[in-house]
Design a protein. Sequence first.
Length: 650
Amino acid sequence: MIKKIALLLICFILYKGTKATTLSYLDSVQNVLNKTTNTSEKLNCLYTLSFEYGLVDPIKGIKYGQECLKLALRENDLPFQLNAYNGIANAYETLAKFDSAQYFHFKSYDVAKKMNAPQKMALTSVNIALCYKQNGDYKNALRQYLTAYKLLETQSSYNPRIHFYLGEIYMRLGDYANAEYYSRLGLRKCVEFKHDYIFYNLYINLGKCYHNKGELDSAIFVLSDALRGLERHTDKVSIGICLNALGEVYVSKNEFEKAYDNFSKELAIQKTLKNDNGICLAYLNMAKSLSKMNMVNKGEIHKLLKESEILLPTIKKNSDILLEIYYKFAEAYERIEDPKNALTYYKLYFSLNNTLLNKDKVQQFFELQTRYDTEKKENQIKLLQQSDTIKTLEISGQDEQIKARNITIVLIVISLFFILFYFYNYFQRQQLKSRLEKEQTIKATEEKERMRMAKDIHDDLGSGLSKIRFLSEIVFRKSTNDEELSNASSGISETASHLVENMRDLIWALNPENTTLANLTARIREYSHDYLEEFGAEVLIKFPENIPNSSISKEFHREIFMVVKECLNNIVKHSRASTVNIILAINSNEFQLTIIDNGIGIPANRSDDGNGLKNIKNRIESICGKVVIDSSEHKGTLIQFTVPFDKNIF
């Protein structure tokens, strides 16, 4: 329901911006052509008249197209040569002369190739595919359509008409799911690229898909809306297609009078277009509608069928339409109890459909005569019951009207509910989007401030500490005779060195690019190697090979790294270990680091504060982690801390 409402809103928006091509517009173009002496202007007028008349008066369209081609060849104007070929081909399509249309479309493609114009090549491929389809070559038609679609997807401008043709060919192949998908995608593209002209053609495809799914009311709603939109243009071809689709839906709804009315309107349009295919089908559809009415007029049906048969010799080259025509002939003759002609057309249909006539089908054809004889007797019995049935139907019809009215009221209420629900969700999403954008802005500001602080620390404090260390080393070298001064200057130098090192770690942590899980583990590995290099113990580091590059909080980074430094400092100062193992384990839920040494362990008389163990626990607990310390005198020490990711990974 939401999709239908959205499509209705889109249609209303497009209606407001529609500028229909009218016959008065064509007259104004003709006036410009008669007066102008400018070659470019003449070419433009001739092509416009060729294309537009190709849809309403194809003979005129061909005439103007040939004039345009002659002038374009004389002027060596490739773009208008392409346009002229295209205009002539479109007029032949309206006349249902698809072999001629295909010839001129191939000419158009050759010119587009010379121009190295991918978009024009794609559009010409669409026209060639249309001719393949009309001749029953669905495989090549689909291949051409998909090729054109890929070419158009890479262009800056876009023509959603390709979606109409893709939807149509998928329907011919019986793949209505893909037909609906491409039609809806085309509707979105029409809105995106403000291309309203093809919008209603896509509505026709969508209506046919609804028809196939049995959603007849939805099909009528969409097709009726498409018809109103198309009637504001001069594209009589599309209007004819839409009327045909509406008629087919009314047949499925058993509303045969409405079906007949739509097919009659279609016939009038096809006659003005001189489209033998369309005229033949319109006659057949009218015959089918009449045959299913309560009062069957066999004389009128026979007349319509004979009119259709007169046109058969002119359309036998178009296998696509001929297949449909044979089947409709067979259906109509079967309805009016003419088994001989029904059998003939069923055979033609199955032969053209490349279906072998197995025994079951042959038997089915020959059983038509017997079935018709039986039906005659049954109809005589039914006539006796007809009067009672009519009364029952009248009562049933009133009940149906009441039921339909109640359903309409319920649908209106549901529609209003979904509209309100849609807009409520829309405003909620907008508020969420605004809040996320605000949070991202704050985060970006924080990261910028961190970078500024890191720079200031590096530039100001770093240079000062380096200077202190340098001066203290000079004092130390010159105070060899004064032990107290020498010790003091050595302490200052060592303290400055530690501060410089801590400052570097701080600057590294402040850089947002470094606050990732992969960078933290790399830093731990590097620091451990460097720090324990002169300690004399064997260092074994076991880290996973593939560590995710996930962003982590600066608190997580700082506390983990400071705990590692504290542990390694304790090992160097107190452990007397010969082996140090550092083991990292990472899974989707937590980060676990284990540091093991084989030293003297933690003496029983040494407090936690003495070894910094209390500090280690406080740091890990501040980021929601847990610490395990296992040590005994002369048996080494194990420190393991586990920190969850859910509050520390972004």
